[in-house]
Design a binder for this molecule. Structure first.
Ligand code: GLA
Length: 725
C-alpha cells in the first residue's frame, strides 16, 4: 500500500511538472497536454509573445527565447511580426486588439508589459500592466492535460485613480504558425437551420463570426477549427477553439500581411462600452483551445469528452439522458389535464422516461399573443393545478418536465401591465415586438430576483424534474434607462451574467432539477450555456434529412449526449416525408425524444417506436458517452454514415442514411474506425439491409474491408450494432 502511494504521488508530481514548465532564465513557458503544447515567452522589452502552438513538445530548452523583431519598413513595424498573447490597442499595432480602452482624458494608447506571474498546479496567471499607468490585465491559463485543452481568459482591472471605458475586451488571441494555405471551418445558419458546417480558405484580412443579438445566436456559433488546408475528418493538424459566452460574442480570424494567422475572441466589441471606475474589474469569457493531429473528428472527440466530463452539470457523475416525450407538436397551446394525461398514457408504454408539457399551460396563454410573464397555472386548463397531471405521469413511471420562457413577456400580460419598465428599451423609442414579445431586462436586480423566485416556486411546489427553458427572440433597442447613459451598455454583459446566476442558484437549490437549453431551437448553445444545461434543443427543424447536417455541424463542437433529437410527424416543415425508422435512426444519434402526435399514430407506429426505443436504451451509453466517427458527411455524400464506439470499446453502433438513390447504384462500402483489429465482433443489423451475413467479423475486416448495406430509394436508412466478443 505504502509503495503504491509513493508511486501515485510521483506520477502526480510528474504530470504537474509536465503540464506547465517555466524556464526562468530565458523567461519561457511550455504548457503541455496529452495532445498539444503551447509556448510563450517574455521579450527583452516585456511583451508576452506566443512561441508555439501545435503537437506536443517535451523539451523546454528547445524553445528560443522571445526576441524583439526589427521593423521591416516605416509601414511595417516589428509589432506586426510579433505574436503578442494579448495586445492592447496602442503603439503601431494594426490588427485586432485584445483590449481597447479610453481614459477619461481621451487617451487611448495601451501597451501591456509583463509584471509577474503565479503558477498553481495546472493554472498560470500572468499579470501585465500598461507601460505608463496602472491598468492591469491578468491573463489566466488553465491546462487540462488529460483532455488536450487549454482555457484562457483575462481580468482587466482599473487600478488608476480615474475612470476609464473598455471598448473591446477579448478573452484570448490564439496565434497559429505563420503561413499560407490555412482553411477555416465554422458553424453558420439561421433559425431552423443551425450549425451548418462551412469550410473556406483563410485569407489576408479578417473573417468575423459573431452575435449582435444578445444571445449566442442561430446565425453563428462560437467555435472554430483551422487546418493546414489538407486535413480530413480523421487525419491532419487541426487547431480549434470554443468560446463560452451566451451573449454578444465575436471571433475574428485574421491573416496579416506578414502571414501571421491570429484568432481573437471574446465579448463582441460592437456597441460595447464598459466603464470601469477606479478599483473595478471585468472578467472576459472563457475561450478553450486545442490541437489535434487526428483531423476534425479528433478535434471534436476532444471537445466531446471534455464537455461530458467537466462542463455539463454533474460531469462524469451525470446520468444518461432519458428518453423524452414532448407534447408541443401534438397539442401546441391546447394543453389540458385530460389531453396531456391521454398522451402520457400512450407515451409510457413506448419506454418514454420523461414527459414534458410545452407552451400553453400558464396565464392567458392560448396562442403566442398573450400570457408570457404570468407563470401561474391556467385554471381552465388545469382546474386542480398541475399536481394531478404530475402524479399521473409519475405513476406511469415517468418524470415530469415543464416548458418555461422566463426571460420574456407579452405586452398582453399582467406582468407587463404591472411593470412596463422591466423590459429592455430606449425611452421614447419603439419597443419592437418579435413573436409578440419583449425581453425582460435581466440586468436589473429586481427582474433577476423575480425570475428566480417564479422558477424556485414552481420547482418547490411541484415534482418537476426538468425545465425546458426557452428564449424565443433576439434583443432589439437594447436600452437600460435606469443604469444611466454612461453605464447602460453594460447590459450586454450584465444580462448574461445574471442569467447564469439564476440558473446556478436554481440548480444549487434544486439539485435534481434538470434544464433543457432552448432558444427557438439552437439559438443559445455555447460552452458556458451547456455548463448549466443537461441537454439542448438542437433545432426547431426536426426534418430527418435536414437534421443530418444540423447534427454534423453540432457535433463538431458539442457532445452528442446533450444533443436533443426528436422523432416528429411527417410531412414536416419542408413538406418532406421520411420513413418512421429513418426518423428514429436520425434522432437516436443524440438524446432521443419523441415529439409526434401520438393520438394520430397507427398500431404499427407504436410497435416500431417501442422497438426503436428499446434498441436505443441498449446503445445509449455508447451514443452518449462514446467516441463519434463521422464516416461520411451529408454535405458531400449521398450516403451519410456515423459510427459511435463505446468508451470501453465493447460496443459500436453504425448509422447509415441514403438521401436518394440514382442509377441503381449501390451504397458505398463502410470501413469502420476505432475498433480493435485483433478482436472479433458480433454483428447485428437492425433490419434486413446488412449485406454481410457473417454473424461475427474481426476488427481488422470491419476497418479494412468494411460493411455493405442495401440502401434503396429515397431516405432509406439502417443501423448496425457490434458487440465485442
Ligand atoms: C419555441 C421552441 C419550440 C416550442 C415553442 C413553444 O419555438 O423552440 O420547441 O417550445 O417555442 O412556443
Amino acid at each position: 500500500m505504502r509503495t503504491c502511494l509513493v508511486l501515485l504521488a510521483a506520477t502526480a508530481a510528474f504530470a504537474q511538472s509536465q503540464s506547465i514548465q517555466f524556464d526562468a532564465t530565458r523567461k519561457v513557458w511550455l504548457l503541455t497536454t496529452s495532445q498539444s503544447s503551447y509556448a510563450m515567452g517574455i521579450s527583452p522589452e516585456g511583451s508576452l509573445l506566443n512561441l508555439y502552438w501545435g503537437a506536443p513538445l517535451w523539451r523546454i530548452a528547445d524553445l528560443p527565447a522571445a526576441v524583439q523583431r526589427r521593423d521591416v519598413s516605416s509601414f511595417d513595424p516589428r509589432q506586426m511580426l510579433e505574436n503578442e498573447e494579448f495586445p492592447g490597442w496602442g503603439g503601431p499595432r494594426y490588427y485586432e486588439p485584445a483590449l481597447k480602452i479610453t481614459r477619461d482624458d481621451g487617451g487611448r494608447d495601451l501597451v501591456l508589459h509583463y509584471v509577474s506571474h503565479r503558477q498553481q498546479q495546472d493554472t498560470l496567471d500572468i499579470t501585465m500592466k500598461d507601460i505608463r499607468d496602472d491598468i492591469e490585465v491578468v491573463l489566466h491559463y488553465q491546462v487540462f492535460p488529460q483532455y488536450g485543452l487549454l482555457r484562457r481568459n483575462a481580468t482587466i482591472s482599473n487600478r488608476t485613480q480615474r475612470p476609464l471605458t473598455i471598448e473591446s475586451a477579448q478573452s484570448a488571441v490564439w496565434n497559429l504558425p505563420a503561413g499560407d494555405g490555412y482553411q477555416l471551418s465554422y458553424l453558420s445558419g439561421r433559425w431552423a437551420s443551425e450549425t451548418q458546417l462551412i469550410r473556406e480558405p483563410v485569407h489576408q484580412g479578417e473573417i468575423v463570426m459573431e452575435s449582435r443579438k444578445g444571445h449566442t445566436s442561430h446565425y453563428a456559433n462560437p467555435w472554430f477549427a483551422i487546418d493546414n488546408g489538407n486535413a480530413s475528418e480523421e487525419n491532419g493538424p487541426v487547431w480549434f477553439g470554443a468560446l463560452g459566452w451566451s451573449g454578444n460574442w465575436r471571433i475574428t480570424v485574421e491573416q496579416t500581411a506578414y502571414r501571421q494567422v491570429r484568432v481573437t475572441g471574446g465579448f463582441n466589441s460592437f456597441d460595447f462600452a464598459y466603464p470601469l471606475a477606479p478599483g473595478e474589474h471585468l472578467d472576459t469569457p472563457s475561450f478553450y483551445g486545442g490541437y489535434s493531429r487526428d483531423g476534425y473528428g479528433g478535434a471534436s472527440r476532444l471537445l466531446h469528452r471534455f464537455e461530458r466530463e467537466t462542463i455539463v452539470p454533474g460531469g462524469l457523475q451525470s446520468r444518461l439522458r432519458p428518453v423524452l416525450y414532448n407534447s408541443w407538436e401534438a397539442t401546441t397551446f391546447n394543453v389540458t389535464e385530460a389531453g396531456q394525461e391521454a398522451l402520457a398514457d400512450k407515451a409510457a408504454p413506448l419506454g418514454v422516461e420523461l414527459f414534458v408539457i410545452d407552451d400553453g399551460w400558464f396565464g392567458a396563454r392560448n396562442n403566442d399573443r398573450a400570457g408570457l410573464g404570468d407563470w401561474v397555472v391556467n385554471p381552465k386548463k388545469f382546474p386542480n393545478g398541475l399536481k394531478p397531471l404530475i402524479d399521473h405521469v409519475n405513476k406511469l413511471g415517468m418524470d415530469f418536465g415543464l416548458w418555461v420562457e422566463p426571460e420574456m413577456v407579452n405586452p398582453d400580460s399582467d406582468l407587463y401591465r404591472a411593470h412596463p419598465d422591466w423590459v429592455i428599451n430606449f425611452p421614447g423609442r419603439p419597443r419592437s415586438e418579435l413573436r409578440n414579445q419583449l425581453n425582460l431586462n435581466l440586468a436589473r436586480e429586481d427582474v433577476k430576483e423575480h425570475i428566480f423566485n417564479v422558477l424556485d416556486k414552481l420547482a418547490s411546489e411541484y415534482n418537476i424534474r426538468y425545465f425546458k427553458w426557452d428564449m424565443n427572440r433576439s434583443f432589439a433597442e437594447p436600452g437600460w434607462p435606469e443604469a444611466g447613459a454612461a453605464n447602460e451598455r453594460k447590459l450586454w454583459v450584465a444580462y448574461v451574467r445574471n442569467l447564469y446566476e439564476i440558473l446556478d442558484r436554481l440548480r444549487a437549490k434544486h439539485p435534481k432539477l434538470e434544464i433543457e437549453d432552448c432558444s427557438g431551437g439552437g439559438g443559445r448553445i455555447d460552452i458556458e450555456a451547456i455548463r448549466r444545461a443537461d441537454e439542448v434543443w438542437t433545432s426547431d427543424n426536426t426534418d430527418a434529412f435536414d437534421r443530418l447536417r444540423i447534427q454534423e455541424g453540432f457535433t463538431q463542437a458539442y457532445a452528442p449526449k446533450i444533443m436533443s433529437a426528436w422523432v416528429t410527424d411527417v410531412p414536416n416543415m419542408n413538406g418532406r416525408s421520411t420513413p418512421l425508422a429513418t426518423r428514429f435512426l436520425v434522432a437516436m444519434q443524440g438524446a432521443l425524444g419523441v415529439g409526434a402526435n401520438l393520438n394520430k399514430w397507427a398500431p404499427e407506429d407504436f410497435a416500431l417506436a417501442t422497438k426503436m426505443i428499446g434498441v436505443y436504451k441498449r446503445i445509449r451509453g455508447t451514443i452518449q458517452l462514446g467516441n463519434l466517427y463521422r464516416l461520411a458527411s451529408p454535405r458531400t455524400n449521398d450516403v451519410t454514415v456515423n459510427q459511435y464506439v463505446a468508451a470501453d470499446g465493447r460496443q459500436s453502433v453504425v448509422f447509415a442514411f441514403r438521401h436518394s438513390q440514382q442509377y441503381n447504384t449501390a451504397a458505398p462500402t463502410i470501413c469502420l474506425r476505432g475498433l480493435d483489429e485483433k478482436a472479433t465482433y458480433k454483428i447485428e443489423g437492425l433490419d434486413n439491409k446488412l449485406i454481410e451475413k457473417q454473424p461475427v467479423l474481426s476488427g481488422a475486416y470491419l476497418m479494412n474491408r468494411g460493411l455493405n448495406v442495401n440502401l434503396r430509394g429515397d431516405f432509406d436508412s439502417t443501423g448496425v450494432i457490434l458487440e465485442k466478443q
